[in-house]
Design a protein around this ligand. Sequence first.
Ligand code: NAD
Length: 268
Amino acid sequence: MDISGKSIVITGGASGIGAALARQAAKAGAKVCIADLNREAAQAIAEQIGGIAVACDVTRERDIIAAIEAAEIAHGPVDIFVSNAGLGRGDPSHAASAPDSDWLLNWNVHVMAHVWAARALLPAMITRGSGHFVNVASAAGLLNQIGDTAYSATKHAAVSFAESLLISHGHEGIGVSVVCPQYVATPLLGLSDGDAQGNLLTAGDVAKSVWQGVADNTFVILPHPDVAKYSALRGADPTRWIKGMQMLRAKALSETGSISVAGFYKLV
Ligand SMILES: NC(=O)c1ccc[n+]([C@@H]2O[C@H](COP(=O)([O-])OP(=O)(O)OC[C@H]3O[C@@H](n4cnc5c(N)ncnc54)[C@H](O)[C@@H]3O)[C@@H](O)[C@H]2O)c1
């Protein structure tokens, strides 16, 4: 889909990858609505790019519906909905140690928010025969994030939901792209653009891959091409792949003394 002139909602657009997506979309001529928990930061970016901002907690279906309504009043029917908001809390001590409240938060932000956006938009998009969902998952949704079980499990669910969306509605003019980056220098990892090097991309690099993927109607967008290789290895020999991940975990422990999610980009 060509994004010029399109009405686009971006959740989590006040920071990191979402903010880069918003900036690049506006530059390409799209009409952007930034929906974020952080209203002030969302407003600041909206002012810079000539878009609108709405306060939105994606763990509440009514907030997602309200963001869509605000975008439609300002910019017309939503052509592209980018479910990008995300968080990472890590495992406090072992793989099942995160409290239920963290599991529920991961589930609502990484999965239900995508479901609620589709539920609100699909009927009108199907009637128009056009619409695109960009669901930002993670390489953890194809592989695994050592040290954050709830993140990995819910990102896998996000990839699965995106598959179901496209299998069920592709023939009705609905496009779906699921974005699976590895490490990106954003506040999620306590990093910023200046930290990016090698395999650690900037949010702008990721946004560029995303909008190219949307233009090409690509289903799985991999800003880090190596993820395709790891994913193929995992599919071909899951037992061997787990052994490799166990070795990576052991390496992290021996080199840093702890499992820090933000430290893995230095090891892979
Ligand atoms: N940074 C990485 O290495 C990386 C890698 C793979 C995938 N991702 C995914 O990319 C997406 C964007 O992450 P980022 O790195 O730009 O992070 P970020 O922390 O820079 O930005 C996340 C944004 O989401 C917003 N947000 C969080 N919870 C929300 C909620 N309940 N409702 C509305 N907004 C909410 C935050 O306010 C923030 O503006 C996430 O889904 C993340 O899982 C990030």
